[in-house]
Design a protein around this ligand. Structure first.
Ligand code: ADP
Ligand code: ADP
Length: 222
């Protein structure tokens, strides 16, 4: 699903985001990327989303070469990816339903198809009964689940999350991780950037550890 081959990213100001980084992720895997602030986690995510290009090396995502991808190909790449943000970025002047439907409206799907898929995505995060409410009426954990529903509603092959539990207490954080595991069980590859080592350790999943742009660990979190 993902292949980094000696991928380096140097920003125009001379900062190095990643030094020659190599690793592979098989379809259906669940993994964490961890490391202190500045380790390169965001750079890695931005490379996968083609928001940045590698300075050197080869980066493959679902068979597509992101080192040579054209701007015209990027929308097709993004359809295969779902993204969950730390501060969910929901629209508070729209209902939960409309927030989750948005990516499908952009894709131009029919209303009945959108209804079916939004219903299924909300069911997946146990929020079927909140569809008509505003995200502002929901708890923080529920808002983050809406963000996850929006990220999976177009059935991406890869789900990326950037510090998805950063604002949540430990109990809610564990609950959100459970949602990611459920989604992974359906076959979606899940990659979560997080520095919450205590939470990661309980998950017993693969963990890549970055330090100043270098991979210094790859194995089950213990
Ligand atoms: P993390 O997400 O783990 O905190 P980042 O990927 O944001 O790490 O940062 C890795 C390195 O790349 C840092 O030295 C940071 O200063 C640098 N960096 C990140 N983004 C940019 C940018 N847009 N321009 C210049 N340097 C950047
Ligand atoms: P249907 O054909 O009725 O949409 P599916 O089983 O294809 O039934 O999908 C039902 C819902 O389950 C989808 O709309 C989607 O929200 C969710 N879903 C399906 N596959 C995945 C997946 N790989 N990852 C996450 N959610 C999925």
């Amino acid at each position: 699903m993902i292949r980094f081959e000696q991928v380096a990213k140097r920003y125009s100001n001379g900062h190095v985001g990643l030094h020659e980084l190599s690793f592979r992720v098989r379809p259906g895997e669940f993994l964490f990327v961890t490391g202190h602030s500045g380790a390169g986690k965001s750079t890695l995510l931005r490379l996968l989303l083609a928001m940045e290009r590698p300075t050197s090396g080869k980066l493959l995502l679902a068979g597509q070469d992101l080192s040579t991808i054209t701007n015209a190909q990027i929308p097709f790449l993004r359809r295969q990816i779902g993204v969950v943000f730390q501060n969910h970025q929901l629209l508070f002047d729209r209902t939960v339903y409309d927030n989750v439907a948005l990516p499908l409206q952009i894709l131009g799907l029919s209303k009945p198809e959108i209804g079916k898929r939004v219903g299924a995505a909300l069911e997946r995060v146990s929020l079927s009964d909140k569809a008509a409410q505003s995200p502002g009426d929901l708890s923080t954990g529920q808002q983050q689940r809406v963000g996850i529903a929006r990220a999976i509603v177009h059935r991406p092959a890869l789900l990326l999350a950037d510090e998805p539990t950063g604002n949540l207490d430990p109990r809610l954080a564990a609950e959100i991780m459970g949602v990611f595991e459920d989604i992974n069980q359906l076959g979606t590859t899940v990659l979560i950037a997080s520095h919450d080592l205590a939470l990661i350790a309980r998950m017993r999943q693969r963990m890549l550890t970055l330090q100043r742009g270098r991979l210094i660990g790859d194995g089950e979190a213990a």
